[in-house]
Design a protein around this ligand. Structure first.
Ligand code: G3P
Ligand code: CA
Length: 306
């Protein structure tokens, strides 16, 4: 019953002008990453416990072409790869934010799933999470299906294109193979696709028209009326970084008038802001600025209503 309600919510959010008191949606950012190591089973299960409407997996592609759940394009920040594969750092590159950081890097795309399964993805956060594994997208779906929706982000498609890997095609083939875009599947597990890559959002609009798709941005120039009009030609939602939206609150009405949802990121209890609490901050964005949904590390702090 709850999932039928969520299906209706997703499509209503896309189709109908939104009532001011329409339920807002909670997306667990990298799982409940405020309390457990991001993108692990522990973080995803806690997000479900904390009643997230959607759980976010950031996606990367392994050497053997498998979608895995990982924020960075590299493995050294959230696993012990520097120990386990110390003699196999990736060739230096300045392709993305992760690889521009100082020091050696281990690109996920240089390792197979079997090799990544040898890694510990929990101890970096806290020894009590020792033994948590790097998950494949398929394993993540196995955890979340029946408990909520998924909000996959296609991370750094140009990095893969430069390596001769078509991330968008791998994702589309996976969705079709598992029937994730069928009405029956979306009943138990709604899906919303997200990316910072404008062309990738445009491609999935054509390849997976049944699935809502959202454009992520941290650029002020993406919140102009002209740009939002351009976006509305193929996307179903706009997802600005919260401080960018705070500088352009008028973008919410512009987007809603164009039937686009507005989703902000990222709300964290461990971040110092002008608000007394992360709950107060979320309250302001949801019920004063009128956004439809948000990403948070702390699902248990989400204000369900004003
Ligand atoms: O995807 C929404 C938000 O998570 C974007 O930032 O770097 O955490 O993926 P990031
Ligand atoms: Ca993300």
């Amino acid at each position: 019953m709850r999932h039928l309600l969520m299906i209706l919510l997703v499509f209503a959010a896309v189709a109908l002008p939104r009532a001011a008191d329409a339920p807002r949606q909670l997306i667990a950012h990298r799982g409940a990453s405020g309390y457990a190591p991001e993108h692990t089973e522990a973080a995803y299960r806690l997000a479900i416990e904390q009643k997230a409407d959607f759980v976010e997996p950031d996606l990367a592609v392994s050497k053997d072409g498998v979608l895995i759940c990982l924020h960075d394009d590299t493995l050294e920040r959230t696993t012990n790869i520097a120990e386990v594969f110390k003699d196999r750092p990736s060739k230096p590159s300045d392709a993305t934010e992760s690889t521009r950081r100082p020091g050696p890097h281990w690109l996920a795309n240089d390792f197979t799933v079997a090799e990544m399964k040898r890694l510990d993805a929990g101890t970096w956060r806290d020894p009590k999470f020792a033994g948590q594994k790097v998950l494949t997208f398929e394993e993540m779906i196995g955890i979340v299906r029946g408990h909520g929706g998924i909000y996959p982000e296609l991370k750094s498609p140009p990095l893969y294109t430069a390596r001769g890997v078509d991330m968008e095609k791998i994702f589309v083939d996976f969705v079709k193979k598992h029937g994730l875009d069928t009405a029956a599947s979306m009943k138990t597990m709604p899906v919303i696709i997200q990316s910072f890559d404008w062309d990738t959002v445009k491609r999935v609009a054509g390849d997976l028209p049944a699935i809502p798709r959202v454009f992520l941005t941290s650029r002020d120039e993406d919140l102009t009326e002209a740009r939002i009009r351009e976006l509305a030609k193929f996307a179903t939602g706009l997802a600005p970084e919260k401080d960018v939206l705070a500088r352009h609150p008028e973008a919410v009405k512009i987007a809603h008038d164009l039937k686009l949802t507005v989703t902000c990121w990222t709300f964290r209890a461990d971040e110092k802001t002008k608000y007394a609490s992360v709950r107060d901050e979320m309250q302001h964005f949801l019920y004063d600025l009128g956004i439809d949904a948000l990403f948070t590390n702390n699902p248990d702090q989400f204000p369900r209503r004003r």
